[in-house]
Design a protein around this ligand. Structure first.
Ligand code: RNT
Ligand code: ZN
Length: 416
């Protein structure tokens, strides 16, 4: 008996079918964010990253052009198992030599190269309007701006993005999740907390008034508690986005697990949301003391979120996307590690005897429940993971870093 066969038997004793778990995992799409490759820089401006988010570190070798970013992303595809979607930000529009379109004038053709990349890998694309890193962000505000010209520019950006999202869906044959996140807020105590929210609501309604196919474009609104420089007030708070989604047909809320107070757990929010929302979206990240967007690891809360998604039947109803950006370590390593970690978390969740544990809870056998939950922690998941990697033709954990190093030596180190 090889390692996998022995591990499979151990899981079977708990009623878990590891072969079925791997088959399920292979098909679940997870969106891989393009912005880990270049520190959320994009291709349409030269200014700094704004909007209250920050990338720290200056590890050498970051992608400077679309070609380099694509090559790096393809390397990450190679280093990770499972089905992907490509997650693109509007600031990653690719212009021809001498061509330029501002954010309110973006068109599908500016993203044709992304479609080519997606088609090459037979994957879908998710999309994000970019409401930061731009000179038309006035006094830190976009869709909530009291300046009507500014607000209109950003509404037009949202409308342009809906058209691009629909183009992505049509071209790839896979629905496009379009996530709206704005960093609008105030550093210090505002005098009016409602006005910006009313303007945000109106802006969103105007954006969504563009005709589009609801089966192809899946808009969502991401909440946040605070950002750097906007510590006192964020217009797009949790209550705002949840209520907006609840009252607007076809709009989903998006929860980013870095966007809550540190003791609030998204793993507990997932089952609550499952009771009310037919579909919703997640940004999976790792906050360290704040919304630091560290690389996702195979840690407790990551496992817990995956567990809730799986045991609530959320795999078909929750759109999963990764969102982290670390410039202090090898970016390809960071990128692939986050994806691999989320795959591990999903595999772990799929290899948990959820029905058995639930029935222990429902029959009030709480001592036995604790015993079984503890027992599950030491089941040989590593063997299943290795088998999964083998089946997907992806390098194992022991040699993963060697591959990263090789790419660093052969490709990244030449970028000087
Ligand atoms: C920021 C949000 C948002 C961004 C991306 C780049 O706090 O999490 O999702 O990370 O849009
Ligand atoms: Zn996010």
């Amino acid at each position: 008996m090889n390692g996998y066969e022995a591990a499979k038997a151990k899981y079977a004793a708990y009623g878990v079918d590891t072969d079925a778990a791997m088959e399920t995992l292979k098909k679940i799409p997870v969106a891989l964010h393009c912005w880990q490759g270049d520190d959320v820089k994009g291709f349409d401006h030269d200014g700094p990253l704004s909007g209250g988010i920050q990338t720290t570190g200056n590890y050498p070798g970051k992608a400077r052009t679309a070609e380099e970013l694509f090559a790096d992303m393809e390397k990450v595809f190679e280093l990770t198992p499972g089905t992907k979607k490509i997650n693109v930000h509007a600031s990653y529009a690719i212009f021809e030599e001498g061509e330029f379109a501002d954010r309110d004038k973006l068109e599908p053709k500016h993203f044709a190269k992304w479609v080519e990349l997606a088609k090459k890998h037979k994957v879908g694309i998710d999309f994000n309007p970019t409401y930061f890193s731009h000179d038309k962000v006035k006094d830190g505000l976009t869709l909530t701006s009291p300046d009507e010209e500014t607000r209109k520019f950003w509404i037009d950006h949202g409308k342009a993005c809906i058209r691009i999202a629909e183009y992505f869906a049509k071209e790839t044959g896979i629905p496009c999740v379009m996530n709206i996140w704005i960093g609008d807020g105030y550093k210090d105590i505002p005098a009016d907390r409602m006005g910006p929210r009313l303007r945000y609501k109106d802006s969103l309604e105007q954006i969504l008034s563009v005709p589009y196919d609801k089966n192809l474009v899946k808009p969502c609104v991401e909440s946040k508690v605070f950002g750097i420089g906007v510590e006192s007030y964020t217009a797009g708070s949790a209550e705002f986005t949840l209520s907006f989604a609840a009252t607007h047909e076809g709009v989903m809320p998006l929860m980013d697990n870095g966007h809550y107070h540190p003791t609030e757990m998204v793993s507990d929010k997932i089952p609550a949301m499952m009771c009310f929302y037919p579909e919703f979206a997640l940004h999976i990240t790792r906050p360290v003391r704040w919304d630091s967007d560290h690389v996702v690891l195979f840690d407790d809360e990551t496992k817990e979120m995956a567990k809730e998604i799986v045991r609530c039947g959320g795999l078909e109803r929750i759109y999963m996307a990764l969102d982290y950006f670390d410039a202090s370590i090898n970016r390809i390593f960071a990128w692939a590690t986050g994806f691999r970690s989320w795959q591990k978390a999903l595999l772990s969740a799929l290899c948990t005897p959820n029905e058995m544990l639930k029935s222990l809870q429902d029959t009030n056998q709480l001592s036995k429940l604790m015993a079984m939950q503890e027992a599950c922690k030491l089941l040989p998941l590593g063997e299943i993971w290795e088998e999964y990697l083998r089946q997907c033709g992806v390098v194992d954990d022991l040699h993963f870093y060697d591959e990263v190093e090789k790419y660093e030596k052969e490709v990244l180190s030449l970028r000087v």
